[in-house]
Design a protein around this ligand. Sequence first.
Ligand SMILES: [Zn+2]
Ligand SMILES: [Zn+2]
Length: 497
Amino acid sequence: MRFFRAVAPAFILFSQCAWAQNPIRLQTRTFQPPRGETAIPPVARSGQPALRAHYILQFSANPGPEIRQELERRGVSVLAFVPDSALMVSSGPGANLGGLGAIWAGPLETPDKLSPRLAAAPPPAFLVEFYPDVDMGLARALAIQNGFAVVENRSLLPGHLVVKGDLNRLAELAANDEVSYILPASADMAAGADVAGCGGAETAAGPVADYATMGTGWAPDASGAVALQYFIESLPANLDAATAQAQIARAFSQWASYVNVSFTEGGSAASARTIAILTPSYAHGDAYPFDGPGGVLAHTFYPSPPNPEPLAGDMHFDASETWGVGVNTDLFSVALHEAGHALGMAHSSDPAAVMYPYYHVATGLNADDIAGIQSLYGAIAATPPVQPAAPTPTPTPTPANPPSGTDTTPPTLRVVSPSSTIVSTSSPAILVRGTATDNVGVTAVQWTTSTGSAGNATGTASWTLQAPLLVGTNVVMVRAFDAAGNSTWRTITVVRN
Ligand SMILES: [Zn+2]
Ligand SMILES: [Zn+2]
């Protein structure tokens, strides 16, 4: 307590200048909550006023270890980090937050717990994520009470449940305090197949959960580039070192081909802006012990900020896995996902994306991954083709005009206007404009809204559409199709006041 008083004044000073740069970044929206004297709000749960509940606690600057320890001492559990400077906590009513530098507390609202992708492309099943302190017996009961069938799967990450049921009842399930996020389940999860998950984008203040999204990534140098080093401390013992090293280099080169970021082998594990690569087993000195064969395969620390150096960017692979090349457990696919976290990428709700929380054998990034990394670092001047030359042979020659059905390259779809993926308006409709290109030709651009409207856009290579809006949140999905039936979609969340 004594040391704590010494910390608080520095926080208050820092908050004066740092506030404007510290939004809360969720998958659904980025927002600045109103600033005010904070107390844990009373929990409005009829008949059960004494239950613990989950809140985002916003600070004016990244809450350090002293703050987090003091929260725990006061009975407030820290569950996750929410970029840029907030924590997800659970607490009973009336916890004392005085002197901690917290400037706002509030629950995740129900719409913030529903991935925008659910409405855009109804999946075969739903992945329901519960906060890590929720009993999974209670989680199952809540799912069943709300009319969902549980798809039993022992290979899911802790806190995860796959359910099937009515899309329109998901909001009722999400309204329960215990639920943190609902996103589409991948087809293999819907079928109950064995899957392997990522331990997450970690920070010194806890993992970044799937309802949250990325921060700002590594700061560029004066020339606008981001130059990172990587240092290999240990590699999977069941592969020869040169093979393993080549797979990791190949993963870095995929990301580097879309943004102005370079990776050079060198430095030491203790250097700044250096990704240390380790392959430990079980407990290994950080707060996230590995779990033996299966389960969590790897985890990675986010860049600095929010993580301190030299931890920032470090990638840990579980030594208990049997690592492979092109087969499970494919080192390249896992390294590709983890390198995304090392660059500051959060998890994606797109089951086809490399950054989905569960791994799939991948040969490269998908459109969602590329859009994500380019939103952090900007696109490089000459965008490479969707399938860049990989250092490893990939026997998939693409003829200039393959017959319909054999092409697997999806169209490139851009939304030009509005320029943001989240907009608010008082107008009863929104005009959306964009472009679409494809190696075998774009055949259609279609749109749907989460509020029940749909149609064809006017034009293909250059297209426009006008979608009607209801008062509240409308998710507009635009989807471009090519002659071989591949498609790419984008969503825009429009809040009509
Ligand atoms: Zn991950
Ligand atoms: Zn670790």
